[in-house]
Write a protein that binds this ligand. Structure first.
Ligand code: NAD
Ligand code: UDP
Length: 311
C-alpha cells in the first residue's frame, strides 16, 4: 500500500509511520509541524518507503501517483495545544479534513479519520460505547477540539454516503509513550517530567477524575487493524484499565522514587470526570485488544523522558 499520513510528524503519527514501514508499506507524511517535530521522523529521512511533504492540509498541497489510503491524524491534540491554537484546530478539523477527503475521493483511496474519546465530552454513559452521542459543551473551553472532531466525523460519513468513499473512523482514548513532548501539558508528560525533576506532581482538582491510558504500540496496532478491516467505525481504540489521577500520581511516584509528593491546582472547566472505553466492538470486529498495562508502559516511557530532559 501507499499511504498518505497527515500529522505523521506528531507523537502518534510518527509511531504509525514506523509501523507502516515495518510491515512493508509506503508512507507519504504531510505535516506543518504546528505541534509535531521533524526529529520524530529523522531516522527515516533516507528510507525508500518514506516521503515527506511539509504543508498545511488546510492550504494547497498535492500528492502525485497512486494512493491506497489517506489517514488523517493532523490536529493539535493536547488541551494545552488546542487552547493555544483554537482556530487552527477548528480549521484542521473542517477545511483540512475536507481537503483530505477530496484527496481520498480523487485517488479512490480509503479515508481513515483519527477521532477522539472527547466526542463523548463529560460522559453520562460509562464506560463509553460507540452508540453514545456524548455530552459536549459546544461553546466551552474544550469546544474547539471536541466540535472539530465531531464535525470531522460528520463530514467523513457525509463523503461516505454521498460519494461512496470507503471510510474508517477510530475514536482514540488517552495514549502515552515515547516521543510525547515533555511540555505538551498532558497528565502523563507533566507527572513524569515533574517527578524526574524532583518536583511535586500537579493534580488538577481533587484527583478523583479518571482516565484510561493506552500504550502507543497497542494503539497503533489498533489503527492498522481497523484500516485493514471492512468496518467504517466509529470504533473505540483504548485501554479499558481505568485510573484516578491520584492513582496515576502514586504509580509515577513509585516508579521514579520521587519524594516531592503532590500539589493540588484548580480543575480546568469542562474537564471530563470519567473516561473508559468499551472495546467490545474492537475485540469482536477487529480481534484487537491492548496487551501492555499501565505499569509496564510507564516503565518504557520514563527513560524516553529522562533522555530528552538530559537526566
Ligand atoms: P500531535 O500534536 O503530536 O500530532 C499532531 C500532528 O499533526 C503534528 O505533527 C502537527 O504538526 C500536525 N498538524 C496539525 N495541524 C496540521 C495541519 N493543518 N496540517 C498539517 N499537519 C498538521 O498529537 P498526537 O497525540 O500525535 O495526536 C494525533 C491525532 O490523534 C490527533 O488528530 C489527535 O486529535 C488524535 N488523538 C490523540 C490522542 C492521544 O492521546 N494522543 C487521543 C485522542 C485523539
Ligand atoms: N491533569 C492533572 N495534572 C496535570 C495535567 C492534567 O491532574 O498536570 C488532569 C486533567 O485535569 C485531566 C486528566 O489529568 O483530568 C487528563 O488530562 P490530559 O490533559 O492528559 O488529557 P485529557 O483531559 O484530554 O483527557
Amino acid at each position: 500500500m501507499r499511504i498518505v499520513l497527515a500529522g505523521g510528524s506528531g507523537f502518534l503519527g510518527s509511531h504509525l509511520t514506523d509501523a507502516i514501514i515495518a510491515r512493508g508499506d509506503n508512507v507519504v507524511v504531510v505535516d506543518n509541524y504546528i505541534t509535531g517535530s521533524p526529529v520524530n521522523l529523522e531516522h527515516l529521512r533516507d528510507h525508500d518507503a518514506f516521503e515527506l511533504i511539509e504543508a498545511d492540509i488546510c492550504g494547497e498541497f498535492s500528492v502525485d501517483g497512486d494512493v491506497d489510503a489517506v489517514m488523517n491524524l493532523a490536529s493539535p491534540a493536547s488541551p494545552k495545544d488546542y487552547y493555544e491554537f483554537p482556530i487552527e484546530t477548528l480549521d484542521v478539523g473542517s477545511i483540512g479534513t475536507r481537503n483530505l477527503l477530496e484527496l481520498a475521493r480523487a485517488k479512490d483511496a480509503t479515508f481513515f479519520m483519527a477521532s477522539t474519546s472527547e466526542v463523548y465530552g463529560d460522559p453520562f454513559v460509562h464506560p463509553q460505547t460507540e452508540d453514545y452521542w456524548g455530552n459536549v459543551n459546544p461553546i466551552g473551553k474544550r469546544s474547539m477540539y471536541d466540535e472539530a472532531k465531531r464535525f470531522s466525523e460528520a463530514l467523513t460519513f457525509a463523503y461516505h454516503r454521498k460519494y461512496d468513499v470507503p471510510i474508517r473512523v477510530v475514536r482514540i482514548f488517552n495514549t502515552y509513550g515515547p516521543r510525547m513532548q515533555p511540555d505538551d501539558g498532558r497528565v502523563v508528560s507533566n507527572f513524569i517530567t515533574q517527578a524526574l525533576r524532583g518536583e511535586a506532581l500537579t493534580i488538577y482538582g481533587d484527583g478523583s477524575q479518571t482516565r484510561s491510558f493506552c500504550y502507543v504500540e497497542d494503539e497503533v496496532r489498533g489503527f492498522l487493524a481497523l484500516l485493514d478491516s471492512d468496518e467504517t467505525g466509529p470504533i473505540n481504540i483504548g485501554n479499558p484499565g481505568e485510573f484516578t489521577m491520584l492513582e496515576l500520581a502514586d504509580l509515577v511516584t513509585e516508579l521514579t522514587g520521587n519524594a516531592a509528593g503532590i500539589v493540588h491546582e484548580p480543575l480546568p472547566s469542562d474537564d471530563p470526570k470519567q473516561r473508559k472505553p468499551d472495546i467490545t466492538q474492537a475485540r469482536e470486529k477487529l480481534g484487537w485488544e491492548p496487551t501492555i498495562d499501565l505499569r509496564i508502559g510507564l516503565e518504557r516511557t520514563i527513560p524516553h523522558f529522562a533522555k530528552v530532559l538530559g537526566f
